[in-house]
Design a protein around this ligand. Structure first.
Ligand code: VGL
Ligand code: ZN
Length: 199
């Protein structure tokens, strides 16, 4: 359907087993996602794309460790191992992911001072990536989201999709989560409450 798009979130080497910020079973979804890519008229990808010394990296903050939280001017931020550094091998898409049909790649997290989980807004929830405008101009109103990680970039993207007036379905069989302190179930609850269809 011309008004539907598949959004594949951050299917990158660093989020797969052996990567810098591995999501358990992250690469298991590749065959399923490859099949889905063939059945959507519009396919859009996101790519986590950080400069070295990004402010979301624990290594950028003295005495802080990955998976701790800090307060940033834009709100609470989880700190991560260095990952998805612009141009690095780990920032590349999974080699078996068939992204030939992708019409748009939204890169995010490329400003050093602010992270961006969502495909729509940076973590200040105010600075747009331009995706909503792209979708509207192309007449796309319904989104299916898959990828990594369920409880961060997929969830924030789905919540913003709904808040921007798009219908959003998250295909959980084609997602995998990081799960820090129950974050998968917290974010599933938030998505459900917001009207995201969990498929
Ligand atoms: C992500 C943590 C840091 C994600 C990206 O893709 O879910 N998580 N950067
Ligand atoms: Zn990141």
């Amino acid at each position: 359907m011309a008004d539907e798009a598949l959004i594949v979130v951050d299917l990158q080497i660093d989020f797969c087993p052996g990567g810098a910020l591995p999501v358990e079973g992250g690469d298991d979804i590749v065959p399923l996602v490859n099949g889905m890519v063939q059945s959507f008229e519009h396919v859009i990808l996101t790519q986590d794309w950080h400069p070295p010394h990004h402010s979301s990296f624990a290594s950028s903050h003295d005495g802080r460790a990955p998976f701790e939280e800090i307060e940033m001017p834009y709100g609470t931020q989880t700190l991560w191992p260095d990952h998805c550094i612009q141009g690095s091998g780990g920032a590349a898409f999974h080699p078996n992911f068939n992204r030939a049909r992708a019409e748009l790649i939204i890169r995010k997290g490329f400003r050093r001072s602010i992270d961006s989980y969502s495909a729509f807004f940076e973590n200040d929830h105010a600075t747009p990536t331009g995706l909503a405008g792209y979708l509207r101009e192309r007449g796309i109103s319904s989104l299916t989201l898959v990828g990594l990680a369920t409880d961060f970039c997929v969830a924030y993207s789905a919540l913003d999709a709904v808040s921007q007036g798009f219908a959003a379905t998250v295909r959980l069989d084609a997602c995998r989560g990081i799960d820090i302190g129950g974050s998968v179930s917290t974010m599933l609850g938030k998505m459900k409450a917001a009207g995201v269809t969990l498929g």
